[in-house]
Design a protein around this ligand. Structure first.
Ligand code: SAH
Length: 468
C-alpha cells in the first residue's frame, strides 16, 4: 500500500487550487463538498468557477499562486494543466509544507484523490494506486446502487442519538441495536415518514432493546476452507460478520481474516509450527470463557473442522460447560487439492473408497494399513505428510507398492501461491527434499495431475477455463 487512505478534517482549513480550467472545475466539484475555505489562483477562470465565486463558495485571486499562498493550507492542487506552471506550484507547496497534488500526475503528487461514494456523513473512498481508474469507477457505481440514497440522513440522525444509545451495555447489545436501525427499522421508517419516522423508530427500538433479556453466549465452529476466501461457505461468511470473538488457527489465511467484523476480537491460536503455540486445553478454555460473557465466539479452523481438526475435544469442552454450539462445515484440503489436479477422489473401476490419513499423530509418524494401501488403484489423501514422507514411502514400498505409483504434493492448495509437485512413490522423498516446501501441503497417493507436468504452473487457471 503506497498510498494510505485517511479522512482529513477540513473544517476551518484552507484548500488551495492553482488553475481555472476544466481540471480545476472537476476537482472543485469535490472540494466544495468539504467545510474548507477554498481559494482559486488563476488569471482566467471557467464561468462555473466565476459562479461559485459569486455565490461566495470560494475566493478567486486573479493571479498565479505565489510564495506564501500555500503556507498553512491543508491541501494544494496544481490544476493549471501547464507543466511548467504546475511544477512551479509544486516547489512552493512543498517548500511551505502543504500536502500537494498535481492533477493527473501520480508520480509528482504527495497524495491522490480517491473515487468517492458520498452519503455524507458516510463516505467511501476507493483507490487503486492509479492502476485502474476504470475499476475504481465500476466499484463506485456498484456501491452507489447498493447504498440507500438516504443512508446519509439516517447516519446523521443516528449520530445525534448516540448518547441515548449509551443506555445499552457496550458491545453486542449496542451493536445489535444499531444493526437493527441501519439495516431494518431505520430505512423502512425513513422511507415512510422521513426524518420524524427515523427518529420515532430510534426511540421505539431503544425501548425494545432495553427490555430484552441478555443474550446467551454461543460458539460456532467454522470451517474456513483451504485458504481461498471464495471457498468460504455463505454460512461461514455470515458467522465472520456476526462474531464478537474469533479464535483462529494458524492455517487460516490472512485474506479470510480480513473478512472478519472489524470490531471482533481476533485471537490467534496456532498449535503447530515454530511460532508461539497455544495448547488445546487453552483453546477450549478461551472458547468457554468468552462465550460465558454472552459473546458469539467463532472458532475458525482451516479446511473442514471435522477433518484432523480435534473437533470432538472442543465440542466435549463446550458441552461440559453447558454452552450452545453449532458446526459449519468447510472445504477440506483434499477437495481443493484434487480440484487443482483435475482429478477425483473416487473413480469408477479405480477405487471405490478413499482414505483420509494423517502423516503423524500424537506418537510420531502414524502407522496405517500399509498392506491395503499398497494395492494397485488405492487412493489416499495424506495430511501433515511433509515430515513423514520418507517414512510413508519406506513403509509402502516395503509392503509391495510399485515405485512408479503416482504421488502428487499440493502445497497451499487454492491459494495464490499454490504449487503442485508431481512425482512417484520411488522419487517422493528426494523430490520433496528438493522442493523445500514452506506452506501447508497435502500428499495425494495414487493420483497424478490430469495435465502433463510441463503445463503445471498454469494448471489451475487452464482447467478453470476448460470447464467454463
Ligand atoms: N481441517 C483441515 C486439516 C487440518 S490438519 C482440513 O480439512 O483441510 C493440517 C494439514 O492440512 C496440513 O498439514 C496440510 O497437510 C493440510 N492442509 C490444510 N490446508 C491446506 C492447503 N491449503 N493446501 C494443502 N494442504 C493443506
Amino acid at each position: 500500500m503506497q498510498h494510505f487512505p485517511i479522512f482529513l478534517d477540513t473544517a476551518g482549513r484552507r484548500i488551495v487550487v492553482s488553475g481555472g480550467g476544466e481540471a480545476a472545475v472537476a476537482k472543485l466539484r469535490l472540494i466544495l463538498k468539504t467545510e474548507a475555505r477554498v481559494e482559486v489562483y488563476a488569471r482566467e477562470i471557467d464561468p462555473q468557477i466565476a459562479d461559485w465565486a459569486a455565490e461566495g463558495k470560494l475566493t478567486h485571486y486573479a493571479r498565479p499562486l505565489k510564495g506564501g499562498d500555500a503556507r498553512g493550507a491543508a491541501l494544494v492542487y496544481a490544476a493549471a494543466e501547464d507543466d511548467a506552471e504546475d511544477a512551479r506550484v509544486k516547489v512552493i507547496a512543498t517548500h511551505e509544507g502543504a500536502l500537494f497534488n498535481w492533477v493527473d500526475n501520480l508520480g509528482e503528487s504527495a497524495f491522490i484523490t480517491p473515487a468517492m461514494v458520498d452519503r455524507d456523513p458516510v463516505t467511501v473512498a476507493i483507490g487503486t494506486e492509479g492502476a485502474a481508474p476504470v475499476l475504481a469507477r465500476a466499484i463506485k457505481r456498484d456501491l452507489e446502487e447498493r447504498l440507500p440514497v438516504h443512508l446519509g440522513a439516517l447516519a446523521r440522525i443516528g449520530k445525534a442519538f448516540r448518547h441515548s444509545a449509551d443506555a445499552l451495555p457496550f458491545g453486542r447489545k449496542r451493536r445489535d441495536f444499531w444493526a437493527d436501525y441501519y439495516m431494518k427499522d431505520g430505512p423502512e421508517a425513513y422511507a415512510k415518514d422521513g426524518e420524524d419516522g427515523a427518529q420515532a423508530a430510534l426511540d421505539a427500538l431503544l425501548a425494545r432493546h432495553l427490555a430484552e433479556a441478555p443474550k446467551e453466549g454461543r460458539v460456532t465452529i467454522v470451517g474456513a476452507g483451504p485458504g481461498d476466501p471464495e471457498l468460504l461457505t455463505l454460512k461461514a461468511r455470515r458467522a465472520l460478520d456476526e462474531a464478537d470473538v474469533i479464535i483462529h488457527d494458524r492455517l487460516v489465511s490472512p485474506e479470510i481474516l480480513e473478512l472478519a467484523r472489524r470490531e471482533a476480537l481476533l485471537i490467534a491460536a496456532g498449535k503447530e509450527g515454530f511460532g508461539p503455540s497455544v495448547s488445546q486445553d487453552e483453546i477450549c478454555r478461551l472458547m468457554v470463557e468468552h462465550a460465558a460473557t454472552g459473546a458469539h465466539v467463532v472458532r475458525l479452523k482451516g479446511g473442514d473442522p471435522g477433518v484432523f481438526g480435534r473437533l470432538d475435544e472442543e465440542l466435549d469442552a463446550l458441552q461440559e460447560a453447558g454452552i450452545g454450539w453449532s458446526v459449519v462445515p468447510g472445504i477440506t484440503a483434499a477437495s481443493a487439492a484434487v480440484a487443482a489436479l483435475g482429478q477425483s477422489l473416487t473413480k469408477r473401476d479405480r477405487n471405490s473408497g478413499v482414505r483420509l490419513l494423517t502423516g503423524h499423530d500424537m506418537n510420531g509418524f502414524a502407522e496405517q494399513d500399509w498392506r491395503g494401501l499398497a494395492r494397485p488403484g488405492e487412493v489416499a489423501a495424506i495430511y501433515m505428510a511433509k515430515k513423514g514422507a520418507r517414512f510413508i514411502q519406506g513403509r509402502l514400498m516395503m509392503h509391495g507398492a510399485a515405485p512408479d505409483t503416482e504421488v502428487t504434493i499440493v502445497e497451499n492448495a487454492s491459494r495464490a501461491d499454490q504449487r503442485i509437485l508431481a512425482t512417484t512413490l520411488g522419487r517422493l522423498a528426494a523430490d520433496l527434499a528438493e522442493a523445500a516446501l514452506t506452506g501447508p501441503a497435502l500428499l495425494l497417493y495414487g493420483l497424478g495431475p490430469r495435465l502433463a507436468e510441463a503445463a503445471l504452473p498454469a494448471l489451475a487457471p487452464a482447467l478453470a477455463e476448460e470447464h467454463a
